[in-house]
Design a protein around this ligand. Structure first.
Ligand code: COA
Length: 389
């Protein structure tokens, strides 16, 4: 019999990390690693499943904020460390954890990164944003024109101090982005320290610091290197352009790779667009609308005739019902539905990355007035989170 408990102390948090890490086939945290991991535990947000006194499953969340289409910012739970001990899988442990987590979350929306694509749909999470993995042939990459600002390299201590401040100052600039919590920065610092040759550069324009980039360079063959972009955050397109120009002009670097939003204009940055190769298009954010009425009201809508959407939510039945969505907003209604959709697929449509017509074509949903629904949920900018957790 599985019992779900909220964990409260450091010894339990450490056991929680161990259960999760073992589920991922990693070893337990060492004494050196533990002080870095501990700040990522937030009181009241850590759940574990127990079989008697044995901890057999884990999940937790970090409190942050999320930008929705139209620019509003809502409280958001970043779900992490989901794992079930290998000798207890496929007995409903994760189902019990998800049920408890979702029914007790105060935040109206949650998101996660999925290790496998088949796990989370049943719990109401939909694939809401994707990233493009690009590889650039640095030797052939020519950015026309001169830089408009200055790029300076930081030492590790200065970067540790400046980056959280600069990230907050830049703010949330596009739908899908989230704020970063103190434990996130602690983990990022640790990753940089263990990567040993991680480098951070900051860009300044006329108004001061307006972007930063962290990268790691690996030698692949003698004098042949691959640069991986770990983090790229900018306030302006000038900062974006100068930082890409910087990484593609570095001596001894043959290839530059990174993850960008689906609509990122990087291909057009170079004289020859073929220097940018798409290696993959991959899942980014899986989104769970926890409070559907609140989340439908939080975003803005495009111009189209109103559409009535019927939402089905097996785990959180308070969300069930019909919502009238129009250019003026969304509200509950008793009117007959045009479209019927499970909550995970509404999550997939929420940021505009997936359309109702696409889902109908694949027979995942049924309905009429699909073109109007598509136009209402359409967005000018593809969603992108850019903060891995
Ligand atoms: C993924 C994981 C947490 C699932 O835990 P679990 O306790 O076995 O899940 P449940 O028993 O509650 O499964 C619920 C349902 O999801 C299905 N399911 C669970 N994990 C699945 C997977 N990886 N692939 C396909 N289906 C899966 C189950 O078959 C079950 O379906 P059913 O209700 O139709 O029988 C667990 O297998 C695990 O820890 N995996 C390794 C670590 C990992 O990938 N964690 C996720 C990080 S994002």
């Amino acid at each position: 019999m599985t019992e779900i408990r909220v964990l409260t102390d450091e010894a339990q948090y450490r056991a929680h990390t161990t259960v999760f890490r073992r589920a991922m086939h990693w070893g337990p945290p060492s004494d050196e690693q533990w002080p870095v991991v501990l700040p990522s535990y937030e009181a009241g947000r850590v759940l574990a499943a127990f079989d008697g006194e044995d901890m057999v499953g884990t999940t937790q969340s970090y409190g942050s904020s999320l930008v929705v289409p139209g620019g509003a910012v809502v409280p958001h739970a970043a779900i992490s460390r989901v794992g079930v001990r290998a000798d207890h899988t496929r007995r409903g442990v994760l189902t019990a954890l998800m049920r408890e987590q979702l029914s007790t979350l105060a935040d109206p929306v949650a998101s996660l990164r999925a290790s496998e694509g088949r796990i989370y749909g049943r719990f109401g999470y939909g694939l809401a944003s994707r990233v493009r993995e690009v590889e650039i042939d640095a030797h052939r990459a020519v950015v026309p024109g001169a830089p408009t600002g200055r790029v300076r390299m930081l030492d590790q201590d200065t970067a540790d101090e400046l980056l959280p401040v600069l990230h907050d100052a830049i703010g949330l600039t596009r739908p899908g982005q989230i704020t970063r919590w103190p434990g996130w920065w602690a983990r990022a610092r640790d990753r940089k320290t263990s990567a040993e040759n991680s480098v951070t550069v900051v860009h300044s324009g006329p108004g001061g610091d307006d972007g930063f980039l962290t990268y790691v360079v690996k030698e692949e063959k003698e004098f042949k290197h691959r640069l991986s972009i770990e983090d790229l955050v900018v306030a302006t397109t000038d900062a974006w352009r100068d930082l890409w120009a910087y990484v593609t002009r570095l001596d001894l670097v043959d290839h530059v790779e990174g993850e960008v939003a689906l609509d990122d204009p990087v291909t057009w940055l170079f004289e020859d667009p073929r220097v940018v190769r798409t290696k993959d298009v991959f899942d980014e954010v899986w989104l769970r609308l926890v409070d559907v009425p609140r989340m439908l009201s939080a975003r803005t809508y495009g111009q189209a005739d109103p559409v009535v959407i019927e939402v089905q939510d097996r785990l959180l039945p308070a969300n069930d019902g019909c919502y009238r969505v129009s250019p003026d907003g969304a509200e509950r209604t008793d009117a007959a539905p045009d479209v019927t959709i499970p909550v995970d697929l509404l999550g997939a449509c929420y940021f505009g990355d997936t359309t109702f017509s696409q889902l109908a074509a694949t027979k995942r949903i049924t309905g009429t007035n699909l073109a109007a629904a598509d136009a209402l949920f359409a967005v000018p900018q593809a969603p992108h989170c850019g903060t891995f957790f």
